[in-house]
Design a binder for this molecule. Structure first.
Ligand code: ADP
Ligand code: MG
Length: 372
């Protein structure tokens, strides 16, 4: 009996020693330290903010070595990734990108024979995958998301509109021009097949509604290939990816801008692990003319900036492309139909309407806290 008690105590002391040693090692004796770095750059026409946590490996000299450039190297690589995505794949402005080449093939103007004979264009497997996902969301949203409205978004040209508004002479497109641009839109008129896309002549694609979300997907894929990156939060404009964890185990905090109080936050999202967050609002790019707000999210039915009653939509889900596409689609659909769409994708949603009412999915209530 005595021996048994002593045995237990011995085991207890032994266990405590092991746990202490383990705690000591984790707190620094063997574990490489994790360094935090925050950087702010521009890419894809927006601001990119990165906070990366990178484990500093010890080199054979015993000193901490910044493997392949360390934290700075990692964030520079992320910027390189975004530049490539824009230049080689998604930009309609950069002549040699895949999207620009697709548009150039479809842009046959008044060529009647081409109008009768739709243009079949080869696409890369990556573009095929992107377009396939977009077409699904276009179908599920009843066309609220429609990336075939390239002619319409170029007609509105919000950047030029802002310049003209600055000079006191806002050039709102005429109703006939909008009608004519709308005739060249319609995702249901496009055929996607294995390795090709068939666009009616004159149609132009605009991937602005999903580009930053796709960027978040690519960033995440890169981070997964870097075991020394233990955590990250990267914002590409209104699209954000959280990855891994913070060294202290606390949740990621993602601020949601107040749509009507510039510089203020509506509230904070607290998230652990990997998530994709996207916000679409009418306060990012807009022009006020005679009391009307002309912004950059269009209703594919009317051809005018969407007036669904919402002024901000935030989506949280497990894909960057989906988060970005859904935030644009829900903005067009409005609160009721938007919530249904978000839920059908298993996404969390937070909407703000023009009188400041908040609409949230159940899961959003658990991760969102209002206020600064
Ligand atoms: P941001 O680009 O500011 O993140 P969004 O993700 O909502 O905002 O995308 C808006 C962009 O998407 C517009 O600048 C335009 O190029 C394009 N767009 C606007 N309305 C639609 C729509 N209904 N469907 C698809 N693309 C759209
Ligand atoms: Mg979007």
């Amino acid at each position: 009996m005595k021996r048994k008690i002593r045995g237990r105590r011995d085991i207890g002391i032994w266990t405590a020693t092991v746990l202490l040693a383990l705690a000591f090692c984790l707190s620094g004796c063997g574990a490489a330290p994790v360094r935090q770095q925050t950087s702010v750059d521009t890419a894809m026409g927006t601001i990119v903010t990165q906070t990366l946590y990178v484990r500093q490996e010890r080199g054979h000299t015993g000193k901490e070595s910044e493997a392949e450039g360390g934290t700075e190297g990692e964030s520079a690589f992320v910027m390189e990734l975004l530049a490539q995505l824009e230049q080689q794949e998604l930009s309609w402005r950069i002549e040699d990108s895949e999207l620009a080449r697709i548009n150039a093939r479809a842009d046959t103007g008044a060529d009647v024979s081409m109008e009768e004979e739709p243009d079949v264009i080869p696409v890369s497997s990556s573009m095929q995958d992107i377009l396939g996902q977009i077409w699904q969301i276009s179908t599920d949203s009843g066309g609220a998301l429609d990336v075939t409205l390239g002619r319409l978004s170029r007609l509105w040209n919000l950047d030029e509109l802002a310049v003209s508004a600055g000079k006191g002479q806002t050039h709102i497109p005429a109703a006939e021009q909008i009608q004519s641009a709308l005739e060249d839109t319609g995702f249901e008129r496009v055929r996607l097949s294995e390795g090709t896309i068939t666009l009616p002549a004159g149609m132009q694609l605009d991937l602005g509604a999903v580009g930053k979300g796709i960027a978040c997907d690519r960033i995440s894929a890169y981070l997964h290939s870097r075991p020394q990156v233990t955590g990250a939060v990267v914002a590409v404009g209104g699209s954000v990816v959280t990855y891994g964890e913070k060294p202290d185990g606390s949740p990621w905090k993602v601020a949601i801008m107040h749509p009507r109080e510039e510089g203020n936050y509506l509230g904070i999202l607290s998230l652990t692990g990997e998530h994709y967050i996207s916000t679409s609002g009418d306060y990012e790019r807009y022009v006020m003319a005679e009391g009307v707000r002309y912004h950059h999210i269009f209703d594919p039915v009317t051809g005018y900036p969407a007036r669904s009653g919402l002024c901000s939509v935030t989506i949280v889900c497990d894909s960057g492309l989906q988060a970005d596409a859904l935030s644009t689609a829900c903005f067009v659909l409005g609160a009721e139909r938007g919530l249904d769409l978000a839920k059908s994708y298993g996404a969390e949603a937070l909407f703000v309407d023009e009188v400041g009412t908040l609409y949230m999915t159940e899961g959003m209530r658990e991760i969102f806290s209002a206020g600064q």
